[in-house]
Design a protein around this ligand. Structure first.
Ligand SMILES: Cc1cc2nc3c(=O)[nH]c(=O)nc-3n(C[C@H](O)[C@H](O)[C@H](O)COP(=O)(O)OP(=O)(O)OC[C@H]3O[C@@H](n4cnc5c(N)ncnc54)[C@H](O)[C@@H]3O)c2cc1C
Length: 459
């Protein structure tokens, strides 16, 4: 790039949300003949190069866009054959019975992904697709990061971008800019327009991929407890991938009260657990990385999902559902929904689609699930004893070999209070709180735009 460039549509971030958006837009433009120029900026030198996530996903959006995706070479690591939610003591592991696993953690049959491979596949197939649609111009700029949003008055008109060596710097102008960047640049938009009345809650995911002697493909564990037993919100994951590889890691809330919490150190302790040792013994570390995860969900959503000239998607918007760790599916859905509105907006010459986009997202399964999980994080913030006292007690019982008995003994120590606390936690975790109940901890009630339009789920 060497001088100011103009496009109809600018996508900031080669993310799952933006790439799905672009795929659907191309499909629609192919049918309608819409003439459109699109640019995609991705700060990594290769699409997927900065993606850490290994993910369990439904892939309902992929199935809508590519009905025969399995035969088209879509990269996945197999399906979940054995799904576990486990409590770790420092020595032992206890798999919870299927009946008590919360619905959001029942992943049987879902797809296991290495997301960076999926991103690369989406980018490559997108560029191939564009070659067959003469009315579409698609330019991709891997290795270019947006570092400043450009405004004309209150309207977003593009971004200033530079390559990773910062040799080139250019303004890229567009009629519409979509931010699917996890928030590194879109947070400036959110702050300028004061779009987020309640703060975002961030976690960090630290992860490693191992080559192991045996195949564990399709085996999935989500874990609670050891090695984070200081009251911090956290959990572990172990995913069996194809070709004798294993992804493992921890997700730890950055709102932890423990100033000495070191996620990388805790990951080493996690790996030292006898059970993890039995999985990786004789293996070899292939890759490692860390990335932040926005977990605030419903209460951290912005008041508006876009401003004049711009839309927010995926993690930049904040649609990850912490109750089921569904970030990828939800991000993809925002891209899918945005594409239809953007296509029609360009056809009509009217890009005031922000309100329709917000309504579409909140009325979709994404909005419904976020609403259902709206107190998931809150359950642990409201009552710190759940993680500071109850979980360590269960972990000790796991090590002692009688987890149910330990939990029962804990409950009997103060049955009224602990019964009340357990019931309250269950109510918050499952979202069965009356819609008229005021939001927690002085949070501002979710914005009027959502309340007015949004039909709360009945369950
Ligand atoms: C360890 C870990 C495990 C996870 N496990 C799961 C799981 O099991 N299931 C699940 O559904 N989700 C999981 N997630 C969450 C999931 O990865 C995210 O919710 C999802 O990837 C969000 O997609 P997105 O479209 O918002 O974009 P992102 O995946 O956040 O991608 C953003 C892209 O934008 C690029 N970018 C950022 N800033 C700029 C800029 N200024 N200019 C240009 N490009 C930029 C980045 O390089 C990146 O490629 C996990 C996350 C982590 C970290």
């Amino acid at each position: 790039m060497s001088e100011a460039i103009r496009y109809d549509l600018l996508l900031v971030g080669g993310s799952s949300s933006n790439l799905i958006l672009a795929h659907r837009l191309l499909d629609l433009a192919k049918l309608s003949g819409l003439k459109i120029s699109i640019a995609i900026l991705e700060k990594a030198r290769q699409f997927g190069g900065h993606i850490v996530s290994g993910a369990i996903c439904n892939l309902q959006v992929i199935a809508k866009l590519f009905p025969d995706f399995q035969s088209q070479g879509f990269p996945h690591e197999g399906r979940v054959e054995a799904n576990h939610l486990s409590v770790l003591g420092s020595q032992q592991r206890w798999d919870l019975p299927e009946a008590v696993i919360p619905p959001g953690f029942r992943k049987q049959g879902q797809f296991i992904l290495t997301l960076s491979h999926v991103i690369r596949w989406l980018a490559e197939t997108l560029q191939e697709k564009a070659k067959g649609i003469p009315n579409v111009t698609l330019d991709v700029f891997p290795g270019f990061a947006a570092h400043e949003i450009l405004y004309k008055g209150e309207r977003v008109i593009g971004v200033r971008a530079s390559d990773s060596g910062q040799v080139y710097e250019d303004c890229i102008f567009a009629e519409l800019t979509c931010f699917g960047d996890k928030g590194f640049i879109s947070k400036d938009l959110i702050e300028k327009f004061q779009l987020r009345p309640n703060p975002q809650l961030w976690s960090v995911g630290v992860k490693e991929v191992w080559q192991i002697p045996q195949s564990l493909q399709g085996q999935v564990w989500h874990t609670l407890g050891y090695p984070v037993l200081d009251g911090s919100f956290s959990g572990g994951f172990v995913y069996g991938l194809k070709d004798n590889r294993l992804a493992l890691g921890l997700i730890i809330g950055l709102d932890s009260k423990n100033p000495n919490l070191n996620p990388q150190q805790r990951l080493q302790e996690f790996k030292a657990h006898p059970w993890i040792q039995s999985l990786i013994a004789g293996g070899r570390l292939l890759k490692y990385g860390a990335a932040v995860i926005p977990e605030g969900g419903y209460h951290s959503l912005p008041t508006r999902f876009g401003v004049e000239g711009a839309l927010l998607l995926g993690d930049a918007l904040g649609v990850l559902d912490v109750g089921s760790l569904a970030g990828v599916d939800n991000a993809m859905e925002t891209g899918y929904l945005a594409a239809g509105l953007i296509h029609d907006g360009f056809l009509k010459g009217d890009l005031r689609i922000q309100t329709d986009y917000q309504k579409a997202v909140m009325e979709s399964a994404v909005g419904q699930n976020l609403y259902r999980s709206r107190y998931f994080r809150e359950a642990f913030l409201e009552n710190s004893r759940l993680l500071e006292e109850y979980l360590p007690q269960v972990c000790r019982s796991v090590d002692a070999g009688h987890p149910w008995l330990g939990s029962l003994r804990w409950g009997l120590q103060d049955p009224v209070r602990r019964g009340r606390e357990t019931l309250r936690a269950y109510t918050l975790l499952t979202g069965r709180v009356s819609p008229s109940e005021p939001p927690p901890r002085g949070y501002v009630a979710p914005h009027a735009a959502i309340q007015a339009d949004f039909v709360a789920p009945t369950t």
